[in-house]
Design a protein around this ligand. Structure first.
Ligand SMILES: Cc1cc2nc3c(=O)[nH]c(=O)nc-3n(C[C@H](O)[C@H](O)[C@H](O)COP(=O)(O)OP(=O)(O)OC[C@H]3O[C@@H](n4cnc5c(N)ncnc54)[C@H](O)[C@@H]3O)c2cc1C
Length: 402
């Protein structure tokens, strides 16, 4: 394996958050890595993302902890509002007690800033090369190497292939072949606005969620408080997958006519709304085929309701690189060990994300009143106990998934 590794790089398909994190982790274990990205440029969409303490454990492992901490906004609380009454239902404090409990903060960041931190570290690493306009279409493998075929017709050989090519992964088609993703019927609209445009009485230092029947709204500050991220979702049974289509404000408003005027006003604040119809997949037990493994959304795409898709992708990168270093003689054993360590934890997040949509984000009537009663009754310590399995994880201790 040592000689094999010296000759052939690990190929990573996809230069998103997961692919770049994987490249960094593997390079830091002394492996050469080539990242093949389909798009003509490496980048991320202009929107926000929430990062639990588990993401910061991963940043530290990947050697970008300081840079990641520098771009984050540290919010004081996660706040759940009732979108019909505009009353707070519950909140989770994210101050000193939270940080002491989980060893790291909770933060919100601009996706572009997060991607840039990983990209800069990859560009600076002598073992990583990055190629754009390089869509991976398919792979072949024998006992010693993997060969990938690109859309251009070119081929490239590697010691292994990591499919970090997202929700519509070509690599997954071959590893698992389980058809297209499941369309959830939930439509999400996103906008990022300058802070001065945000209503003054809503400029909370919190990730705020307004939960209403079949709809919800989320907002939080970004990029040193220069902007606010607005993400609003309605369960309108949309039948087709959509990603990033521009949409008029009047069309956005349609799913929110029934919520409190204070919540509805948030939609008026948005500009340049874009629409996604969300997809996920059923969890699967195996994401590995010999020298080929999936990572991030390619492996376990989830609805965003636990705010954990990118966090899980970075945990995957930590675990993958750790396992590759721990199995220096056999990459296939390393990939199998990686998958078996990750699968229950990511399955739990995939399934819970759906349940959060049903029982917390979108219920109505008595179901919503039960949510309010149950969530209101919890103390801060009880919230921390509930979140321990998730925020106490770091990509390596997944045996403690429960
Ligand atoms: C509305 C919304 C809100 C979210 N909020 C959060 C949050 O708060 N916290 C959180 O942790 N997660 C959140 N997520 C989830 C998170 O965005 C994803 O889980 C994460 O971006 C997945 O990263 P990835 O690198 O696996 O995939 P992607 O980001 O999809 O990256 C895949 C990359 O591969 C490239 N590619 C695709 N096909 C090929 C190919 N065949 N060959 C080469 N390259 C290819 C793509 O161009 C892309 O660059 C949210 C998601 C949504 C939709």
């Amino acid at each position: 394996m040592a000689g094999e590794r010296a000759a052939l790089p690990i190929i990573v398909a996809g230069g998103g958050i997961g692919g770049l994190a994987a490249a960094l982790g593997l390079a830091q274990k002394g492996l050469d890595v080539v990242v093949l990205e389909k798009a003509p440029q490496l980048g991320e969409i202009g929107a926000g993302i929430q990062l639990g303490p588990n993401a910061f454990h991963a940043f530290d492992y990947l050697g970008v902890g300081a840079a990641a901490r520098a771009m984050a906004v540290y919010i004081d609380r996660l706040r759940l509002m009732d979108a019909l009454t505009a009353q707070e239902i519950a909140h989770v404090e994210l101050g000193d007690a939270f940080r002491a409990r989980f060893g790291n903060p909770y933060a919100v960041v601009h996706r572009g800033d997060l991607h840039r931190v990983l990209l800069t570290a990859c560009r600076e690493h002598p073992r990583i090369s990055l190629r754009v306009s390089s869509e991976v279409m398919a792979y072949d493998q024998d006992g010693t190497s993997v060969s990938v075929r690109l859309a251009s017709g070119d081929t490239m050989s590697g010691a292994a292939l990591i499919g970090a090519d997202g929700l519509w992964s070509n690599v997954r088609k071959q590893v698992i072949g389980d058809g297209p993703p499941r369309v959830s019927g939930h439509t999400t609209y996103r906008s990022v606005i300058p802070t001065e445009r945000m209503a003054e009485d809503l400029r909370w230092n919190a990730a705020t969620l307004w939960a209403g029947p079949k709809c919800h709204l989320v907002h939080y500050p970004l990029s040193g408080w220069k902007m606010f991220n607005l993400v609003i979702t309605c369960h309108n049974d949309a039948p087709e997958p959509v990603a990033g289509r521009p949409v008029a404000r009047e069309a956005v408003m349609k799913g929110f006519a029934h919520v409190h005027e204070r919540a509805r006003r948030i939609i008026d604040l948005g500009t340049d709304w874009k629409l996604w119809v969300l997809c996920d997949r059923e969890p699967t037990e195996n994401w590995v085929d010999g020298r080929v493994a999936l990572l991030g959304d390619a492996a376990h795409p989830m609805l965003q309701y636990m705010a954990q898709g990118a966090c899980m992708a970075m945990e995957d990168a930590v675990c993958l690189s750790h396992m590759v270093a721990a199995h220096p003689a056999r990459i296939d054993d390393a990939l199998a060990a990686y998958c078996s360590r990750r699968v229950l934890r990511t399955t739990r997040v995939q399934l819970l994300s759906r349940q959060m949509g049903e029982h917390v984000y979108h219920p109505a009537g008595a179901h919503a009143q039960l949510r309010n009663a149950v969530m209101r009754a919890k103390t801060q310590d009880e919230w921390y106990d509930v979140l321990q399995w998730l925020y106490g994880g770091n990509g390596l201790n997944e045996k403690n998934f429960a």
